[in-house]
Design a binder for this molecule. Structure first.
Ligand code: TYC
Length: 102
């Protein structure tokens, strides 16, 4: 038997931390929902302050859509549904959608 020991080179193993993919919640503009109502929904469902809610609402109003925040898929879906539902209950076509981040 050989006395030689085979030394395997140690390769540094990068620890892989699995981050869940995040989903964007997007606010879509429409012609009917009152601006103030959109602001109220943004404050209530997405915990925004008045200034931020107004800014986000105006961005969607001018550009047609605005990314509101990113969450895990479950949270994004739930919040988008809840916010859309609030509009519906009040007779408005206000719509929130979700989309995966790149
Ligand atoms: N465009 C609406 C209006 O002029 C206001 C509005 C803004 C509606 C943003 C939806 O996502 C929206 N009353």
């Amino acid at each position: 038997m050989s006395e030689k020991t085979i030394v395997k080179p140690k390769t540094a193993v990068k620890p892989k931390t699995q981050r869940p993919k995040l989903w964007k919640v997007i606010l879509l503009n429409d012609d009917y929902t009152p601006r103030e109502f959109v602001v109220q929904v943004l404050k209530a469902v997405f915990r925004m302050n008045a200034d931020r809610a107004y800014h986000v609402m105006m961005t969607a109003h001018r550009r047609g859509a605005c990314v509101i925040a990113v969450y895990t898929k479950d949270v994004a879906d739930t919040k988008a549904k809840e916010a859309t539902e609030l509009g519906k209950e009040n007779g408005y076509p206000l719509y929130f959608t979700t989309e995966p981040e790149e």
